[in-house]
Design a protein around this ligand. Sequence first.
Ligand code: NAP
Length: 296
Amino acid sequence: MSAEIIDGAAIAAEVRREVAARAARLRERGVTPGLAAVLVGDNPASVSYVSAKAKASEEAGIFAQTFHLPASATQEEVLRLIDELNRDPRFHAILPQLPLPPQVDERAVIDRILPEKDVDGLHPRNLGKLLRGDLDGPLPCTPHGVQQLLLRTGRDPAGKHVVIVGRSTLVGRPLAILLSNKAPGGNATVTICHTATADLAAHTRAADILVVAAGRPKTVTAEMVKPGAVVIDVGTNRIDDPSRKRGWRLVGDVDFEGVREVAAAITPVPGGVGPMTIAMLLVNTVRAAERAAGEA
Ligand code: NAP
């Protein structure tokens, strides 16, 4: 039996409509939510992510501006820009597009953003709030998007065994905290796997909900999945594909064709978690503007 395909693009569109309604209410009160994106260099993937985020923002009634620095920008120059954006009342949210060039310390940049303008939810204060179960700050976009994909398709993680492959600060660890919190949308029993995990397949096969954020195609194959499991594929990997005009295509971390024959439901790549990440970025932007306007 073939798995149900979880349509992340459709669910993200629903979230974006909700954001647009909130943005419209703010504009009626004279407040236009603003997002400043900081792009350093010309990495093609980063350029395309930033333009997708700016387009989605504008469609939702959010004012978006991209500040583009050359690949040679120094750490001081990036930090100076962050300081200016922190002071600029047009922007309620600041997005440094990662990765930054090697001469720029990503953590120093994230730490410099005012916590209330930290749209990625990666500032230590916001990560600390998440750890304490205080969920009123900005939540990291991809983990929050994964949680919303589950909840909005009627798959409450409460009481389920969630196995996450990957322990990054961006995805795996915040997701583990979000889903195991004693709060609505949480209450799962969570296992985190990584490259030092002994017998990865034994863990993934125990999952009711398996989330894969490893950054490597085919990290999870059919025999590693319990029949009837829900599989969320966070991975976005470019692989060569001479049949495509651009010469590449996107694949996830899961062997989609094999796993869809075993799982009950699975997210595709593209069209799964990716659109949800952008939608949750818009949620964080509008929420920051609501807070600044004294609404939230
Ligand atoms: P990352 O920082 O490279 O972390 C990858 C994690 O996976 C690490 O913890 C690593 O373990 C673990 N891992 C890698 N190979 C493994 C294996 N064979 N077995 C077990 N664990 C393994 O990556 P990330 O930033 O979390 O991103 C993960 C993937 O998601 C990437 O493809 C990225 O492009 C994608 N992503 C997508 C979105 C989206 O919106 N769709 C957003 C963010 C990221 P160690 O810690 O032991 O090295």
